[in-house]
Design a binder for this molecule. Structure first.
Ligand code: A3P
Length: 318
């Protein structure tokens, strides 16, 4: 049985140094309960077990990195704040989507000052944590969770580009990244376990956990907005439907609109550890199926069959 008793803050570093560590990505990853994390991330994950106090009306946007977090943040922020802001004078025209929704366990760049406890309700928060590592009060209080995942092949391609772009001197070849990813060794991975946990909870608690796929939103974004709005307790009214509000949300949050804005093209933040995060780094192609340009068909099939095997029996397929 895995223990849920967490070491005190002062003991965290010692505790983490006892865990398995492995090199291969731009920084070593540490394994905690089957998942792999960067050291700083794991420290924060363990810390927020005590410092994050879930509220009943918290909304948590959950993803694995590179699965469309930026897009989901933009969509959920726009949907839940649509009575406050007009599309012509919208915060997303001047603020990066990553900066309007803070992460629970990551010091959100440009949002260092954010203190969870002082944020007004309802709070819109983001996380990459597996659902089993969210403080248990998120469950007992019935917080709403939206999980967005993406095809593993496209996720891997996006991950590799991000890693090589963000970390100075990192030039990881696809072959290495591919074999590590296939072993389940990737930041916040294994990919399949992360998806599977959220998927199973979405089946068990459909009013609390909404499971979405990047590809599905991409193929019908207006429907995606409707579904999100409904789940978040702010369904589109008939009037909004007829005046095209969903279409406006889709347009504002689209890859094309967001990448055309200056705030998403210039500037950035020094994230420490030789990493510099350009605002633009969260936008690359924004296309489904780009993996074919970076991986062989054979590799694609291999990864697919591994994921299929790992997800066998739970009903989730990619
Ligand atoms: P690609 O690298 O495949 O282009 P995350 O936000 O979780 O880091 O995920 C980043 C991925 O989402 C990148 O994928 C990025 O281009 C894509 N993305 C960012 N903004 C998007 C948007 N508004 N619509 C669709 N995809 C978007």
């Amino acid at each position: 049985s895995e223990d849920h008793v967490l070491p005190k803050e002062t003991q965290l570093k010692d505790f983490i140094s006892t865990l398995p560590a492995r090199e291969g990505w731009s920084t070593p990853l540490i394994q905690y309960k089957k998942y792999w994390f960067r050291r700083q991330m794991l420290e924060k994950i363990l810390l927020v077990q005590d410092t994050y106090k879930p509220r009943t009306d918290d909304i948590i946007l959950a993803t694995q990195p590179k699965c469309g977090t930026t897009w989901l943040k933009a969509l959920a922020f726009t949907i839940t704040n649509r009575s406050r802001y007009s599309f012509a004078d919208h915060p997303l025209l001047t603020l990066h989507p990553q900066h309007v929704v803070p992460f629970i366990e990551i010091r959100s760049l440009g949002m260092d000052h954010i203190e969870f406890e002082t944020l007004p309700s309802p709070r819109l928060l983001a996380t990459h944590m597996p659902i089993s590592m969210l403080p248990s009060d998120t469950r007992s209080r019935g917080c709403r969770i939206v999980y967005l995942c993406q095809d593993p092949k496209d996720t891997l391609v996006s991950r590799l580009h991000f890693e090589n772009k963000v970390v100075k001197g990192c030039n990881l070849p696809m072959d290495n990244a591919f074999s590590m990813f296939c072993e389940g060794f990737s930041p916040y991975g294994p990919f399949w376990d992360h998806c599977r946990e959220y998927w199973e909870d979405s089946l068990a608690r459909p009013n609390n956990v909404l499971f979405m796929k990047y590809e599905e939103i991409m193929s019908d974004p207006v429907q995606g907005v409707r579904e999100l709005a409904k789940f978040l307790g702010v369904p589109l009214t008939e009037e909004e439907e007829s005046s095209g509000v969903a279409e406006e949300v889709v347009k504002l949050c689209s890859f094309e609109t967001l990448t055309s804005l200056q705030v998403n093209q210039v500037g950035g933040v020094d994230a420490g550890n030789k990493a510099y995060l350009d605002n633009s780094v969260f936008f690359r192609k924004g296309k489904v199926g780009d993996w074919t340009n970076h991986m062989s068909q054979e590799m694609g099939e291999k990864l697919d069959s591994i994921v299929q095997l790992k997800l066998q029996g739970c009903g989730l397929v990619f």
